[in-house]
Design a protein around this ligand. Structure first.
Ligand code: SF4
Ligand code: SF4
Length: 305
């Protein structure tokens, strides 16, 4: 179990919004959804990749000089990058004097991850916390996820799995005995809108939620509030509240107001940002309050995530 390998892109210690108590959240690389607002776009690609903190780059050209494959190019005041040419040797990362470059993703064993997680065991024990696995979509690395959850349970930790809910039932069945709480994204109840925004069927996720409910799982709905996707639609939020109300398994709803962090991250991956979306405003407090009131009709605990 300890030797199982997976690709991790971050390990966040002392997390207090990712489940009960004080936790360590392990973020896995790779996702099967295409949500444009995703605040972890660096998680999408399942492989390791070079990332640039756009606001740190001073256009000094050291990375251009050091790269053996001519992957970096400074042209007309713009830093361009050819990912096809990059061999992830890390030379430009070491050479950049401003810490603007980073290789995202590290292959680790479950044992090495757990050693890091267990450094804070004292805090989990006193707070009722433990391990949260997030992503990306962690279920794409099911064997690694299972190994981490099993090791966490062997060490007496509370476990949370943050999933988009789209994986096959066989995989969810495998991990069910070692998950205390599922975080499941509910982004859009309308099938066509969900397909258009996320690139995947909502009906499959809804079916999995009902199946997990029938198995006695505990679930928290996580609902992003996204402009031009669901933020303006009272009907959507009413349906989310009704779904939660109907399911014994749903213990809480967390809503996550849209923020613009994704823009600099997409730029950091050297990808184009859609100009219309770049200028979309954040959600007003008045609108967030209205959505919260609708969600409260579910009778479940509702909070900002
Ligand atoms: S990424 Fe770093 S090394 Fe490359 S141009 Fe920018 S500041 Fe210079
Ligand atoms: S990691 Fe290596 S190959 Fe990739 S851009 Fe940097 S120097 Fe070039």
């Amino acid at each position: 179990m300890k030797k199982q390998r997976g690709v991790v892109f971050d390990i966040k210690r002392f997390a207090i919004h990712d489940g009960p108590g004080i936790r360590t959240t392990v973020f896995l690389k790779g996702c099967n959804m295409t949500c444009w607002w995703c605040h972890n776009p660096e998680s999408r690609n399942p492989s390791r990749e070079l990332f640039m903190y756009v606001n740190k780059c001073r256009m000094c050209g050291r990375c251009v000089d050091v790269c053996p494959n001519d992957a970096h190019l400074l042209v007309d005041g713009e830093h361009k990058f050819d990912r096809e040419k990059c061999r992830l040797c890390g030379k430009c990362v070491e050479e950049c004097p401003f810490g603007a470059l980073k290789i995202i993703g590290e292959e680790m064993t479950a044992g090495a991850v757990m050693d890091e997680v267990l450094e804070d065991k004292h805090y989990y024990d006193v707070s009722g916390g433990g391990l949260t696995i997030s992503g990306g979509e962690p279920m794409l690395q099911i064997d690694f996820v299972y190994a981490l959850l099993k090791l966490a349970k062997e060490n007496g930790l509370n476990t949370v799995l943050d999933t988009n809910g789209s994986d096959g039932k066989g995989d969810y069945e495998k991990i069910l005995p070692v998950v205390d709480l599922f975080f499941i994204d509910v982004k859009q109840i309308d099938e066509n809108k969900h397909q258009a925004g996320c690139g995947i069927s909502w009906l499959r996720i809804e079916d999995n939620i009902h199946w997990l409910d029938s198995k006695g799982a505990k679930i928290t709905f996580r609902c992003p509030i996204i402009p031009e996707f669901n933020a303006e639609d009272d009907g959507h939020w009413q349906k989310v509240a009704e779904l939660a109300k109907d399911l014994n398994s749903v213990v809480a709803i967390e809503y996550l107001p849209y923020h613009r962090l994704w823009i600099s991250k997409v730029e950091g991956l050297f990808c184009e940002v859609d100009e219309h979306r770049r200028n979309l405003p954040e959600i007003s407090t008045e609108r967030i309050n209205k959505i919260e009131n609708i969600l409260r009709t579910s009778g479940k605990k509702v909070s900002r995530g």
